[in-house]
Design a binder for this molecule. Sequence first.
Ligand code: UTP
Length: 286
Amino acid sequence: MRVKKAVIPAAGLGTRMLPATKSIPKEMLPILDRPAIEIIVNEAIESGIEDILIITNRGKGAIEDYFDFAPDLERSLEKSGKLDTLEKVRYPATCANIYFVRQKETKGLGHAVWCAKEFVGDEPFAVLLGDDIMVGETPVIKQLIDAAEKYNASAVGAQWVSDEAVTKYCSLKIDELENRIYRVSDVIEKPPIEKKYSNYAILGRYVLTPEIFDILEKTPPGAGGEIQLTDGLNSLCKVADMVAVDFDAKRYDTGNLIGFMETTLEFGLKHPEVGPWLREYIANMK
Ligand code: UTP
């Protein structure tokens, strides 16, 4: 198995970040000077992915513009000798083969992934959610690709979460295969706490085999009236092997106010120029 393609669903309405997301895609909200989605694209590139499909929707045009050239801006930067900035501005347009498809109707994450069917064809592929940033030594999607290749299986990124988070995300029924890798036999979306299998929940990263498309086509709307990827994964793990990788990285959910602040603050503290200033600013704050 070799994973060369990735899909980034970025068609959601971003209601938790309104009103900003009324006219700015939440995936374009800046983490310091880069939009969140560039950090996610980089994770895919660093994991050996060559082709990336971003699933968009109405009002998400800023994402397409960002991954395109900006001739007037580039000429102006070149003329004024701002070559470092020019390089940063050109990077998104040159970093990978990036394609776009519109979801057209916001029918849920399962439906968004289904929209990648023609792009993916008959190959395993990676999925990286457009609002989840992962920071670890080895890119998280690479950790999943390695496990998927080793077990010839689909793979989901998982971590141990609180009871409260299980009821908001999902719960995995798992058996250990080796340190940090588990076989998945059931997935339940947003269970009431007495119905949880474990405190392992899927968080934002997947390697899927193309059987998922036929499954998603037949998956009825689930929680919240949306076609849930989790419901499709539950069917997939019944007909093909699936592993959960307890990935070694910190996850930042940039799609809600506190998660967004946490990401901005931690990226700021680690930034070579901003970090020392920010520490001092916080220490001296009244
Ligand atoms: P979320 O539920 O976190 O995103 O979906 P959302 O729906 O935009 O957020 P809120 O709840 O309204 O604030 C996870 C990922 O799936 C994408 C989102 O863009 C996000 O990256 N998604 C979700 C789609 O692409 N299409 C959908 O129909 C739903």
